[in-house]
Design a protein around this ligand. Structure first.
Ligand code: NDP
Ligand code: 8X3
Length: 250
């Protein structure tokens, strides 16, 4: 039977690549993000392969999130797979110099946004006693690195919520997997450095970073294991990276 996936942060990077591989594999798609134009383009493109609908919302708006999910078109109401991917780092600075608006953004988007989306979707999974949730964490949720402070805290929270979901949803046969990438070459660094293209480019210079498609491929692998197999947690680095701070650059 055809499955339906709900992907947050589908307008770019890992979320977009996941939408593309899911579409190729005929998974029906609900694609979310704030950038309407990108959602429209993606819908036009991927509709050639599968059924696609889009939701434009900011994950920080709990009422809009709940309302739009409650009002999905009939063919998209049953969500089998939730990919909690929307998120970013905002800034990179010491705790004593941190920008409080950046802190709010990271905690509101990466943690509370993930919760709002999950809370709106999980009850239909528990009622059906089936479902799959993939939470995109980060190596920043496994280790803390200099100047990463609040981003690392937000991803440690995602790591904790991933475990919490697995425990609370266990009796409902819902699989929960966490994927924790190292450096992936996406718009991530552009956002972190507030559009400073040079700084963003430097993050991915001198080695081969992970590509969004690498992570999407892994997500697809995770969700296509036999029903009795739940990959709990995956940490994925580029070969050149040994830890958040150890990078073998040319
Ligand atoms: P991108 O910046 O390329 O994509 C981020 C996505 O999140 C976009 O689609 C963006 O859509 C969406 N998003 C951001 N803020 C909001 C918001 N307030 N409401 C709704 N959607 C939002 O980065 P990546 O693809 O790299 O990041 C995806 C996930 O992977 C994130 O959770 C990130 O923390 C994680 N990650 C990334 C790594 C990397 O090195 N790139 C490594 C480890 C983890 P829009 O702007 O249209 O709303
Ligand atoms: C993104 C990877 O190392 O910039 O989560 O935190 S890192």
């Amino acid at each position: 039977m055809k499955q339906t996936a709900f992907i947050t942060g589908a307008t770019s990077g890992i979320g977009k690549a996941t939408a593309e591989i899911f579409a190729k594999n005929k998974i029906r798609l609900i694609l979310c993000g704030r950038r309407a134009e990108r959602l429209k383009e993606l819908q036009e493109e991927l509709s050639k392969l599968t059924e696609v609908t889009t939701l434009q919302f900011d994950v920080r708006d709990r009422y809009d999130v709940a309302d739009q999910i409650a009002n999905l078109p009939i063919d998209f109401k049953q969500i089998d797979i939730l990919i909690n991917n929307a998120g970013n780092a905002h800034g990179l600075s010491t705790i004593q110099e941190g920008n409080i608006d950046d802190w709010d953004a990271m905690l509101d988007i990466n943690v509370k946004g993930l919760l709002y989306v999950s809370r709106a979707i999980i009850p239909q999974m528990t009622t059906r006693n089936s479902g799959f949730i993939v939470n995109i964490g980060s190596i920043a949720g496994k280790e803390v690195y200099p100047n990463g402070n609040v981003y690392c805290a937000s991803k440690h929270a995602v790591n904790a919520l991933n475990k919490a979901m697995r425990i609370d949803l266990n009796k409902h046969n819902i699989r929960v997997s966490g994927i924790h990438p190292g450096a992936v070459e996406t718009e991530f660094s552009e956002v972190r450095f507030k559009g400073d293209a040079q700084k963003a480019e430097n993050v991915y210079k001198g080695y081969k970073a992970l590509q969004a498609e690498d992570i999407a491929d892994i997500i697809h692998f995770v969700i296509t294991r036999p029903y009795h197999v739940n990959i709990e947690d995956l940490v994925v680095y580029p070969t050149a990276q040994a830890s958040p701070t150890i990078m073998n650059k040319n």
